[in-house]
Design a binder for this molecule. Structure first.
Ligand code: HEC
Length: 122
């Protein structure tokens, strides 16, 4: 049997290489998951969900999230804040606007998360 003798520098090189390979590869699956989440969020934002009766957010808040005099600006908001507000509409904790309450009630948890992430990037 042949014994492979690695010098300590070769071993160090190998362990460094393995380490950087692990570090480089690790974020890939989550990047793909993020892209899927953003796609789903964009779909809700631009088109709503006709099956469950969620209106397109862009219809009021505008495609770029700038809003107008009546509908508030969403661009620049953090995803956590958006998610909290959507949940607050859903539970009625925030009850200023009937339509947003309906929106909150009709969005699934997954849709809420996705649209919040999408809005955070506007
Ligand atoms: C028919 C118009 C309309 C549509 C469609 C609409 N919104 Fe709204 N949205 C409003 C109005 C009006 C308010 C202000 C409510 C209030 O005063 O509490 C609001 C408020 C919000 C807020 C709170 C903003 C803040 O600064 O606290 C968020 C978040 C939001 N909408 C997200 C959405 C999302 C996500 C969708 C799509 C799923 C959507 N809206 C669809 C009219 C709309």
């Amino acid at each position: 049997m042949t014994k492979i003798n690695m010098s300590s520098s070769a071993r160090l090189f190998m362990s460094r290489w393995l380490w950087s390979a692990m570090v480089l590869c690790a974020p890939l699956p989550s990047v793909a998951a993020d892209a899927r989440l953003l796609d789903a969020g964009k779909q809700i934002y631009e088109d709503g969900n006709t099956e469950s009766g969620v209106p397109a957010c862009a219809g009021c808040h505008k495609s770029d999230g700038a809003g107008n005099k009546i509908f508030p600006r969403l661009s620049g908001l953090q995803s956590t804040y958006v998610l909290q507000q959507l949940n607050a509409f859903k539970t009625g904790r925030r009850a200023g606007n009937r339509l947003m309450i309906t929106v909150g009630q009709r969005l699934t948890e997954g849709e809420m998360k996705a649209v919040s992430e999408y809005i955070a990037g506007l």
